[in-house]
Design a protein around this ligand. Structure first.
Ligand SMILES: [Fe+2]
Length: 191
């Protein structure tokens, strides 16, 4: 069974870095809601889930990807915060970390077991891609609209649309983990 302690264990380091306890709790709540609706019942199932069906993920899991993107976005934020003498915008670290942890939470509804040991796109995923279903989960647990933006607009759905700074950083961190694989898989990664 997946309960709050499971989610806390998976994302311990990142959840601890969220200062506001209510935000931390809502991130956990959104994950639990996603697990419940997507039919994910054990931590082993969650840990086995690939992060994408769009390209060969080379064994990188959904949980690893979520942590890598969150840490990548934190790194991008910290680079600017520590180097710029004057920040032109305010970065909300709670929003950034929560957004990183939630950006792909909709994949819990979008991806499911195919019954043959692999994974496939679910009916829910065909109806709404993960930025949409994830944004719904984020709003349902009561996170503010700006948090919804980090999930709804982190991928192609957000192209050309207004975004909070945290969405921009999460988007870049997301594609910094996704693009190398697509380059590699089509033979364009110079190694
Ligand atoms: Fe992602």
């Amino acid at each position: 069974m997946i309960d709050a302690s499971v989610i806390r264990t998976l994302f311990n380091g990142q959840l601890d870095a969220i200062k506001e306890a209510t935000i931390r709790d809502k991130v956990i709540e959104a994950w639990l809601l996603g697990c419940e609706r997507g039919g994910w019942n054990t931590v082993e199932e969650l840990r086995g889930m690939p992060f994408t069906l769009l390209t060969n993920s080379h064994g990188i899991t959904f949980i690893e990807h979520t942590i890598a993107v969150t840490e990548g976005a934190i790194g991008l934020a910290k680079a600017q915060l520590s180097i710029y003498s004057k920040m032109p915008y305010v970065i909300d670290m709670d929003r950034l970390i929560a957004g990183g942890l939630l950006h792909d939470v909709g994949k819990l509804l979008e991806i499911g077991p195919d019954g043959k040991g692999g994974y496939c796109k679910t009916h829910s995923g065909r109806c709404a891609r993960h930025p949409i279903s994830g944004a719904i989960l984020t709003a349902e647990v009561g996170l503010p609209d700006e948090y919804v933006n980090t999930v709804a607009c982190h991928a192609k759905e957000g192209e050309g649309k207004p975004q909070v700074i945290e969405t921009i950083l999460i988007h870049q961190a997301d594609f910094a983990t996704f693009d190398p694989l697509t380059f590699k898989n089509r033979g364009d990664l110079i190694e």
